[in-house]
Design a protein around this ligand. Structure first.
Ligand SMILES: C[S@@+](CC[C@H](N)C(=O)[O-])C[C@H]1O[C@@H](n2cnc3c(N)ncnc32)[C@H](O)[C@@H]1O
Length: 261
């Protein structure tokens, strides 16, 4: 007999709680499906659109995040929501021949794009791809020296579950590094960014990527995401220590770095 959980996943009975997908309230099962469809629909254009919409800044942000992670030779690293493998490639450069990087993502199409990039690099021996849900990571406790996650946790159905899972799979003393969009300052810059993200981005999405919907979800999900201090508190409550964060480009993006004590 199917369990309640299975039934909910398959959408046969309504989930008792609703969650946000952008500004819409949807069931948990529907959010999982919408997130998967969202990334499936933009996967082949994802890197290119990131570069255009961030004016290339996402590469710089990713470099800063990986530098802050403290990843070193021999480390075993998990790139959660690794998608097209940018963070994984940067990490792979640091782990040297004795280390390994695992890209962990729920969406096969995003990972296919990542696999092609990794195959074309000189680092392919160091990178592995695993498909799975970050809210139920399929690795044992204490498997990794470092966990990195870039622009991923905003899409979780249950943010806290995903964070707990990343804490669980880290070794004691291991580092957690999260790069995510946030709310920029000061107010005049935020107003400009607001116009850019709610008007220009969806327009660019429809013209350049053929999807306005995907690039409407992006600013909406950013708007609803916890502020840096709130995320720090969540990390602390889960058991992370030595939590710091760095605001990038006036806070458009933020890197949190913490350790499993
Ligand atoms: C915005 S992309 C980020 C990709 C990459 N980390 C980067 O920085 O460019 C978000 C990724 O998270 C993945 N994702 C979303 N929810 C997930 C979940 N619950 N478990 C695993 N991956 C998930 C998506 O499939 C997508 O590849």
């Amino acid at each position: 007999m199917a369990s309640d959980h299975q039934n909910k996943e398959e959408g046969r009975i309504p989930s008792e709680s609703s969650v946000s997908f952008g500004f819409r309230r949807v069931s948990e099962a529907e959010k999982r499906k919408l997130v998967d469809e969202h990334f499936g629909s933009i996967a082949t254009k994802y890197d290119w659109m990131n570069t255009v919409l961030s004016f290339g800044l996402h590469y710089l942000w990713k470099r800063i995040a990986v530098r802050m992670s403290g990843i070193k030779a021999g480390d075993v690293v998990l790139d959660v929501c690794g998608g097209t493998a940018d963070l994984a490639l940067l990490a792979a450069d640091l782990v040297s021949t004795t280390g390994r990087v695992f890209v962990y993502d729920i969406n096969r199409t995003m990972m296919r794009v990542g696999q092609a990039k990794v195959a074309a690099s000189h680092l392919s021996e160091r990178v592995r791809f695993v498909q799975g849900d970050a809210e139920r990571i399929s690795f044992p406790d204490g498997s990794f020296d470092a966990v990195v996650v870039g622009f991923g946790i905003r899409n979780f159905v249950h943010l806290q579950e995903g964070l707990k899972e990343m804490h669980r799979v880290l070794k004691r003393g291991g580092s957690f590094t999260c790069l995510e969009f946030s709310r920029p300052d000061p107010a005049w810059f935020r107003a400009l960014y607001h116009f850019y993200s709610f008007v220009i981005m969806p327009l660019a999405g429809s013209i350049l990527a053929g999807t306005r919907k995907a690039y409407t979800y992006l600013p909406e999900s950013i708007r609803l995401f916890p502020l840096p201090d709130e995320l720090s508190t969540m990390l602390q409550d889960i058991g992370f220590s030595k939590i710091i964060y760095k605001r990038l480009t006036n806070g458009i993006a933020v890197v949190h770095r913490a350790e499993k004590g």
